[in-house]
Design a protein around this ligand. Structure first.
Ligand SMILES: Nc1ncnc2c1ncn2[C@@H]1O[C@H](COP(=O)(O)OP(=O)(O)O)[C@@H](O)[C@H]1O
Ligand SMILES: [Mg+2]
Length: 337
């Protein structure tokens, strides 16, 4: 069935082309006009905090939820009008809930394979191959109900790969996983793309997007607030981030101005505790900054240079911290998932 569409897929520049997607739940606009363009053959990261609208966006792209307005094209096919075709072109993790919790991992994978039309022998081979690849061999014979969260996640991804869909949606594939399992997932995702698939993944971790994604869309409260290659995004937020606090509070304003001048940033943010935070193009700038501060006789209490966190990305892009943003989300919604 897939072969009928292969040619179109090869010709399609974009695996995903979404315009103006909107989804409102009650009076809350969970997705508020999202545009996305995912180049075919790439890994695309949708980065955002809890409640930003990532899952809702994916569900609309994957034909699982109808947008209130806007449109989504998957390899040129309209997700609403050509949903039957689109469904054959995509894999969504989380969609493959287990067939039977009392069956083993192997048995579940074999059933999926059989459902997709593989012969008994092919199904068995495929199941073993995937279990091996995902490091689930030891657990292969155990019933699913005894699987840990991480094992389930891997089995879920394995199941979604049986059909080798051209476009794979991974919704927070590594949230809550231990570092070793997370690294395995990253390797698997990279291999998927090497073998020809396009991957759209959502994440709450800047580091994950940085590791994996060719391009990133930063999403906040249902809107794309920044988009570009990882390098473009890094240039806008700096590759490192400066945190400094000073001894005398009366110097705060002056210190902040010096930081802005020396680091050439629009606005260094000084959140609670008198800590000044600013993105830095390069960690070397710290020397210039120290000299400038000393010339002005400003004494430091503390200074550190760190990799920017997701929080700082938001701070830089929206001028507002993630916590403030989430607090507002709580006010609006009385909670989030
Ligand atoms: N089925 C639903 N009904 C009502 N509100 C929803 C529903 N799904 C999501 N939301 C709300 O929409 C917002 C975005 O949710 P979601 O897309 O799950 O965000 P994310 O995946 O980025 O955490 C949240 O405020 C969430 O509570
Ligand atoms: Mg989600």
């Amino acid at each position: 069935m897939l072969n009928d569409y292969r040619k179109d897929l090869e010709n399609a520049k974009y695996a995903v082309e979404a315009q103006g997607l909107v989804k409102t739940f009650g009076d809350h606009r969970a997705v508020d006009g999202v545009d996305l363009k995912v180049p075919t053959g790439s890994i695309y990261g949708v980065l955002g905090p809890n409640g930003a609208g990532k899952t809702t966006t994916i569900r609309m792209l994957a034909t699982l939820l109808r947008p209130d307005s806007g449109e989504a094209k998957i390899f040129g096919y309209d997700a609403a009008k050509d949903s039957q075709i689109v469904r054959q072109l995509i894999g969504v993790t989380g969609q493959y809930a287990s067939v039977d919790e009392s069956l083993s991992a192997t048995e579940n994978l074999i059933i999926f394979s059989r459902l997709l039309g593989l012969s008994r022998q092919e199904a068995k081979r495929k199941a073993n191959e995937l279990l091996e690849e995902f490091g689930l061999m030891e657990a292969a014979k155990r019933p699913l109900k005894n699987f840990s969260g991480g094992m389930r996640r891997r089995l879920d991804l394995a199941a979604s790969l049986i059909a080798q869909p051209p476009l794979i949606f991974l919704d927070e594939p590594t949230t809550g996983l231990d570092p070793r399992t997370r690294n395995q997932m990253w390797d698997t995702i990279r291999r998927l793309v090497k073998s020809g698939s396009t991957v759209l993944l959502t994440t709450q971790y800047l580091q994950e997007a940085d590791e994996l994604a060719d391009r990133i869309a930063v999403i906040d409260r249902g809107r794309v607030v920044a988009e570009g290659t990882v390098n473009e995004l890094k240039e806008s937020i700096g590759t490192s981030s400066l945190h400094l606090s000073i001894q005398n509070n009366q110097d705060a304003k002056n210190a902040r101005m010096i930081v802005e001048r020396v680091l050439e940033v629009q606005s260094a943010v000084s959140p609670e505790g008198g800590m000044i935070t600013a993105p830095m193009a390069s960690a070397d700038r710290v020397t210039d900054l120290l000299v400038a501060l000393r010339e002005e006789g400003i004494q430091l209490a503390e200074l550190s240079v760190q990799k920017p966190s997701l929080d700082e990305v938001f701070l830089t892009i929206t001028g507002e911290g993630l916590n403030e943003s989430q607090a507002q989300l709580h006010d609006q919604k009385g909670g989030n998932n």
